[in-house]
Design a protein around this ligand. Structure first.
Ligand code: FES
Length: 169
């Protein structure tokens, strides 16, 4: 089967029901997309399919053929992806970092669909957190700071993109 991954055509031999996540990680060696729950709940495996966020752990490759897959390895080539990643680094958002690729992909998807989301919209659209992660006040020692950083990074990326709304995301 031919897949389009980050604007590159690749040939993959796998059963039709193989989850896209395992094709990316095991067949193509693209380990930036993470496995968390395996049940479309946590968002660690989020990639874009024709620009829309999907859970790659539950998406069979039979549903992917002919469509464009964008992963964390390729999202920085888009203006929205570049802005989110730069804001991510500026704010030092990662803690353990395991979930950040899924969070970045979710944040970029939000900005692509809404270039000026409200703070409430950012809060409600954030990547679902794994068990133990809570939304809290800023503080570098706790998991709540990751959520706070995620919100701030998304907001800053939005502001950066607002400087050039003509840019195609
Ligand atoms: S690993 Fe896919 S949603 Fe959790």
């Amino acid at each position: 089967m031919e897949l389009s991954i980050n604007e590159t055509k690749v040939q993959v031999t796998a059963a039709d029901d193989t989850p896209l996540l395992w094709v990316l990680r095991d067949h193509l060696g693209m380990t930036g997309t993470k496995f968390g729950c395996g049940m479309a709940l946590c968002g660690a495996c989020t990639v874009h399919l024709d620009g829309k966020p999907i859970r790659s752990c539950t998406t069979p490759i039979s549903a992917v053929g002919g469509k464009k897959v964008t992963t964390i390895e390729g999202i920085g080539a888009t203006p929205a992806g570049k802005a989110v990643q730069e804001a991510w680094l500026t704010l030092d958002v990662p803690q353990c970092g395991y979930c950040q690729s899924g969070q970045i992909m979710s944040a970029v998807a939000l900005l692509k669909g809404n270039s000026k989301p409200s703070a409430a919209r950012i809060q409600t659209s954030k990547h679902q957190q794994p068990p133990g992660m809570v939304i809290g006040a800023d503080g570098r020692s706790g998991p709540g700071s990751l959520n706070h950083g995620l919100s701030r990074a998304t907001t800053i990326a939005c502001q950066c993109l607002g400087a050039d709304r003509a840019v195609h995301m």
